[in-house]
Every structure is written in structure tokens, then in C-alpha cells.
Design a binder for this molecule. Structure first.
Ligand code: HSE
Length: 346
């Protein structure tokens, strides 16, 4: 049995779903993967929760989400995290927090420290990746650590894994994806006669919209994802400034209905296309017909199509946006990273 210390950053929808999922799957993780995930500390904006060391269950504890942990400690949380990374044996830092995509902070600094002290990172936090994916990937690699980004690149829908494993050796010529569940849900509901504002509020009720839903409906969440998928799946290195972004805020119900009369559906698509000089990256709503591989992707479902030189057109659909889907993507990366690094040391 491998005992893997876990530090969790963020205790919002995704962080909580991750805790619940690990507890639900604890026996399965033990039996099938030989993994015992050991909660070390949960950091949130207000402070940190520590866990009583195993065997010392008489610590003052709060019971929440199937866990027992100590009172919230407030104070210099950043310093606490850095010393914990240094002092505790390397494990996995799970990032369900939010960072600024212009500076990557505060996650960027935490991750660099984590790698330097031998911790793997799996993340649903896009900010540090948008800021400098290749730099962080290299930093993980140099320290023989893993960086799992599924949680930040459409979560339960396989995107980067598909490109890196299933399409290894093929040249990716284009990528097209419905990568944001909130805007796809809104467009689908508008097609069913529901108003934009009501559809958005339903999506917020499902816990999938970003804290600022403008990030979803103005196309930025899709822009981050297509940028990250492109940078992680190809040799190219783009920045957010290279992505032309248009969201769905100007789409009226009349437009959605007109598309339907023509047998089409409006979808918010993130696209990368290789050109002679590099490539084009864009996010924009498009009317697609039933011959399009993503026509049937409705509601909170997502989808992606890769065009390749040797394997043709490969699509994956499903992986609906939800906190549990994001948590499952974090867990998938964690399992795979620990397995890969175990194999290396065999
Ligand atoms: N807000 C995103 C979505 C989930 O609606 O798909 C997090 O990436």
C-alpha cells in the first residue's frame, strides 16, 4: 500500500466534491490501485485546516464532508504552505482554488515550491497554466514531478490525455471543442424556449458557472481551455493574447430559433487550426448542422474533435460539467501520475 499525503488548495464546490469523492472511493483506491490518500492540510482563503496525525483522534475536531479535521487556523497561510511542503514528505498537491491568469498568482508560486520539494500537482485552477503552462511543465519535469491539468482542460471530458496518449505520434492539424458547459447549457435551453437570464441562473444552480459567469458567457473559459489544450498537445506556445474571443452574450433567442428552423444549432466553439506560419486560435459561436461531430452535444455536455494527419478525425463527447466531474478529473490525474512515477522508480 502506498500512503500518499494530500494537500488541498481551495474548499469551494470543486474542493468539497474532491473530498467527498476520495472518501466514497477510499476502499476502491486501496484495493484496485494500492493507494491510501492521507489528508494533510486543506488551505482556503481564510486559513488552514489540519488533520490529526493518524492515531491521535482525540484532537479537537470538526466533522464535515465525511472528514474530521481541526479548527480553522488563520494567519500567514502562504508561509504555512511553503513550510509544510518543505517539511512533509512529498505527495500530491490538489489545486481547486482560483488564481489570476495574468500573473498566475498565487498558485504559480505554490506550484513552483511544490515541485522543488518533490510534490506532484493536479489542478482545476487554470490561472497558473494560462500564465505559463510550458514553464510549469518544465519545472515539474526537472524535479521529476507530475503536473496533471485535466481538471483545467474540460475536466471529465478527456482532451489533453486523448491528444498525448491516444494520438501520440500523429500531427494535430486542428482542434475544435465545446469546452464550456455553462454556455452550451444556456444555448440548449434557449433552443427549448427558455430566456437567456433564466438559463444562466439554472446553470449557476448546478454549481458549474464560474464565480464571475461573464468568464463563461463571454468566452474566456473556453479561450483558456483551447489555449491550454493547444499548448499541451502540440509543440506550439501561445499566450492568451493570441486567442480571438467572442462569447454568446449577443446571441438572441430569435437567432437560436432561426438556426433550428434551418436544421442547425448554435454552439460556442473553441478552435485551433494549424497554418503555414503557426496557427489560428479563436472562440466564437457558430451554427452547425447534423454533419458536424459536435452537433449532438447538448446541455452541460462538452465535446472535442482533433483532426490529425494519420488517424483522421477523432472526437470525444460527454464529460458534462459538474463539480463531481472536476473532482473525478483531479482523481484520475492523481492516480495516473502516481502510477507513472512508481513505474519510473521500479
Ligand atoms: N465553468 C466551467 C463550465 C466549468 O461551465 O464548463 C469549469 O471549467
Amino acid at each position: 500500500m502506498r500512503h500518499i499525503p494530500i494537500i488541498l488548495l481551495g474548499y469551494g464546490n470543486v474542493g468539497r466534491a474532491f473530498v467527498r469523492l476520495v472518501e466514497e472511493k477510499r476502499d476502491r483506491l486501496n484495493q484496485d490501485y494500492g493507494l491510501n490518500l492521507v489528508w494533510t492540510t486543506i488551505f482556503r482563503r481564510e486559513g488552514r485546516y489540519d488533520f490529526p496525525p493518524i492515531g491521535e483522534s482525540d484532537h479537537p475536531v470538526i466533522e464535515k464532508d465525511g472528514l474530521k479535521f481541526g479548527e480553522l487556523k488563520t494567519g500567514r497561510v502562504l508561509n504555512d504552505l511553503k513550510s509544510l511542503l518543505r517539511e512533509a514528505p512529498g505527495g500530491v498537491m490538489v489545486d481547486g482554488s482560483v488564481s489570476d491568469q495574468k500573473t498566475g498568482q498565487p498558485g504559480y508560486d505554490y506550484w513552483k515550491k511544490a515541485f522543488s520539494w518533490g510534490w506532484h500537482v493536479v489542478t482545476a485552477n487554470k490561472g497558473p497554466l494560462v500564465y505559463d503552462y510550458k514553464g510549469l511543465h518544465n519545472s515539474a519535469h526537472q524535479n521529476r514531478c507530475g503536473l496533471g491539468i485535466s481538471g483545467a482542460t474540460a475536466a471529465a471530458l478527456p482532451t489533453v490525455d486523448l491528444a498525448l496518449y491516444a494520438l501520440a505520434g500523429a500531427d494535430i492539424q486542428s482542434v475544435e471543442g465545446i469546452l464550456n458547459g455553462t454556455s452550451n447549457y444556456i444555448l440548449t435551453r434557449m433552443g427549448e424556449g427558455v430566456d437567456y437570464a433564466e438559463a444562466l441562473s439554472e446553470a449557476q444552480g448546478k454549481g458549474i458557472a464560474e464565480p464571475d459567469p461573464a468568464m463563461d458567457v463571454e468566452g474566456w473559459d473556453t479561450a483558456y481551455k483551447i489555449l491550454l489544450i493547444t499548448n499541451a498537445s502540440t509543440e506550439l506556445k501561445y499566450s492568451l493574447n493570441d486567442v480571438s474571443v467572442k462569447g454568446i452574450t449577443s446571441i438572441s433567442r430569435q437567432e437560436v430559433e432561426k438556426a433550428a428552423r434551418e436544421g442547425k444549432r448554435i454552439k460556442l466553439l473553441g478552435r485551433f487550426e494549424r497554418t503555414d506560419t503557426g496557427g489560428i486560435l479563436e472562440v466564437a459561436p457558430r451554427a452547425v448542422g447534423p454533419d458536424h461531430p459536435l452537433f449532438w452535444v447538448n446541455g452541460t455536455e462538452k465535446g472535442i474533435t482533433f483532426e490529425t494527419d494519420t488517424m483522421g478525425s477523432i472526437s470525444a463527447v460527454g464529460g458534462r460539467s459538474s463539480p463531481v466531474g472536476a473532482a473525478a478529473a483531479l482523481l484520475k490525474d492523481l492516480i495516473n501520475i502516481v502510477r507513472q512515477h512508481d513505474n519510473k522508480s521500479d
